[in-house]
Design a protein around this ligand. Structure first.
Ligand code: ARG
Length: 290
């Protein structure tokens, strides 16, 4: 059902090679309404209090970190009563001037999709709203020549087919099977999207995927960085890469060390307040992919 376009997955640069970054454009949403008022993933527990001031400070530090690394951060206005809207990645998936809008699985987040579509339209993106449940960059990770797409918990397979047409890129469907890793971006990180000199490079936790999807990943990315369950549970894979830097949760120290050995510059960011809602760095960041 997927169209495979043979993403370039040749050997990784020799040890010691310095990787190069490219300036990115991110969309983020200030967590003014952040809370855990409902539970739609196993990380959410409504009896646990959220420290909103701390969340806000952590989020602001992430914005500053991106900007100090040369990236552009644009802001979308938070909707009142939408505590999860800080997870801007879920609002759409963008490649070039096209955007595939979201259709949230749960009614609690429904209104976020049109808000993102309005923002994107105002910024000159051609937005096609999803006809099937689809949660944006939570489940769609964009590479230079393909899009990796998750299904199983939030996004329907039918949305993968739609996204391939809307974004005009081949989509590789991957099935998630562990509810703790309910979005693709909790189980797989794009370290390098493959736009530059190096081939696309990813890290993932195999245990989050069905047998056949593990096989797909092995075939397409034989040199991928394989992560342990502990690394995945620290939300280390909820990371953002710019080709050289990998912005990742500060608790993922083991993964940070392995990324450094692979030639990346890990940039730890403390976002643990957001773990209470099942999110971290990548969830807070929607990239306007070129
Ligand atoms: N509480 C949010 C939800 O369950 C967390 C979303 C995290 N976003 C992500 N891209 N994984 O929908």
């Amino acid at each position: 059902m997927t169209v495979l376009d043979d993403p370039r997955t040749g050997p990784q640069p020799a040890p010691g090679t310095v990787r190069s970054s490219r300036a990115r454009r991110y969309v983020m949403c200030r967590p003014t309404a952040f809370a855990v008022r409902y539970a739609i993933n196993p990380w959410m527990d409504t009896s646990v209090a959220v420290d909103r001031a701390r969340a806000l400070a952590q989020w602001e530090a992430l914005v500053r970190t991106y900007r100090s690394h040369g990236h552009t951060v644009e802001l979308i206005e938070p909707l009142a009563d939408h505590p999860d809207m800080v997870f801007a990645a879920n609002g759409a998936v963008v490649a070039g001037d096209r955007a595939y809008g979201s259709r949230f699985r749960y009614t609690e987040r429904e209104a976020e999709a049109p808000a993102h579509a309005t923002w994107l339209t105002a910024h000159d993106f051609a937005v096609q709203p999803a006809g099937h449940p689809s949660e944006g960059e939570g489940d769609f990770l964009v590479l230079a020549h393909a899009v990796l797409a998750g299904s199983g918990f939030r996004t329907d397979l039918a949305a993968h087919v739609e996204a391939a047409a809307v974004l005009d890129r081949p989509v590789v469907s991957l099935e998630l099977v562990d509810p703790r890793f309910y979005h693709l971006d909790t189980a797989l990180a794009v370290l390098d999207d493959g736009h530059g000199e190096a081939p696309p490079d990813i890290a993932y936790f195999p245990g989050a995927f069905s047998r056949h999807s593990r096989r797909t990943l092995r075939e397409l990315f034989p040199d991928a960085l394989l992560c342990s369950e502990a690394e995945a549970l620290s939300f280390g894979l909820n990371a953002v890469g710019d080709g050289r830097h990998v912005f990742l949760p500060a608790d993922a120290t083991e993964l940070a060390g392995r990324l450094a050995a692979r030639g990346y510059a890990p940039v730890p960011v403390d976002l643990d307040e957001f773990l209470k809602a099942g999110g971290s760095v990548k969830c807070c960041t929607m990239e306007l992919h070129r």
